[in-house]
Design a protein around this ligand. Sequence first.
Ligand code: NAD
Length: 416
Amino acid sequence: MAKLNPFSIAQQQLDEAAEKLGLDAATHELLRWPMKEYHVLLPVRMDNGTTKVFKGYRVQYNAARGPTKGGLRWHPEETIDTVRALAAWMTWKTAVVDIPLGGGKGGVTCNPKELSDSEKERLARTYIRAVGKELGVHRDVPAPDVYTTPQIMAWMMDEYEAMAGESHPGMITGKPLEIGGSQGRGDATARGGVYCVREAGKILNVDVAKATYAIQGFGNAGQFAATLHPEILGGGTLIAASDSRGGVINKNGMDPQALVRHKLETGGVKDFPGSEPITNEALLELQCDVLYPSALEGVITSKNAPNIKAKISCELANGPTTPEADKILHEKGVYVIPDFLANAGGVTVSYFEQVQNTYNYYWTLDDVYQQLDRKMTDAFHAVHEMSKKIKAHNRLCAYMVSVQRVADACKIRGWV
Ligand code: NAD
């Protein structure tokens, strides 16, 4: 099978919403493409004295609602089209939670698992030297994504400030607390997703406190979802989890904290005491109440969608479901909380981080949780109201809410 191109998928999703909204041709065309993108070569000195040349990208998709914002992914399969797709989704994400930012994304094609810490630091600094002039709190603000960390954000901020000769904590988010990070940023993506599951449970009459749940992709977002699901919802049974090395299942339930510790100690979820092995493919098709796809894009397709048995799919990953699969899930009655709504908690707290950096005054953890809950709950219900109106699958409804907001901003600015 040909590999799915995530940017073609993002464009198809937009096309469907544009048609339904009756967008004029110019606005539709403007929203189909990134407004700016940068391709850079990054020569980095390796520990053994040789130099390796990496490819880096930064895409500023649309800035009509404010400076662009979006994470940096370091992945061996990173391509310009993955970055474009993620930047488009960031545009819809900042719009659905109604924060005054546009959408962007960046990345480097590399395998971070093969890089030492000092090589990562040199790569981070080289990236900022290459694209730093295009970044800034009033231009474009990066953050962590797959395989990038608060430490990498810290090196990047340091390099940027060295170039500028002054302090710029708001130029990047997801920083360590010691240098201007926000309370609550670490688990914000998963927390926002679990708030959405709570609201979906009310609508669907599913008792989420008694729900069984499974996590595909036990990384940052997935691990926090595992522990926050019972903490926020007052209960729930984690029956399966997986990562790139394999998966584990125990229908009687697994202790999420113990599984996180096991992953930390052994590098994976595999061989967790009391569990049986399960493949990533089988995990997605498990009988469970809530599925959290939390790894990468394109995992729920027209091939396996007919076999998905979860009641709710809370997409913490970006782009896990293809457009054909969306329709199948909708017909089957699987309630999908689409990616750019479900995982918007991360960018929302990143935005709070930028706000705190700008006024140089920092909020408590409770302030962050309260504001995040309000933003996520409002966004969830805006999408739900749209679904009552147009009776379409949730992703299309979320697109209709966001695309309309971005299109309005383009129009008011006089662009179209
Ligand atoms: P991460 O690198 O911490 O975790 C990714 C996890 O997925 C790892 O455990 C990896 O082993 C696993 N994985 C990779 N390939 C897999 C496969 N084929 N099957 C099962 N597991 C696999 O990354 P993350 O930050 O948790 O991001 C995960 C997803 O969530 C991405 O799509 C990302 O764009 C999205 N996301 C993350 C944030 C955030 O704040 N971290 C915010 C919004 C969206």
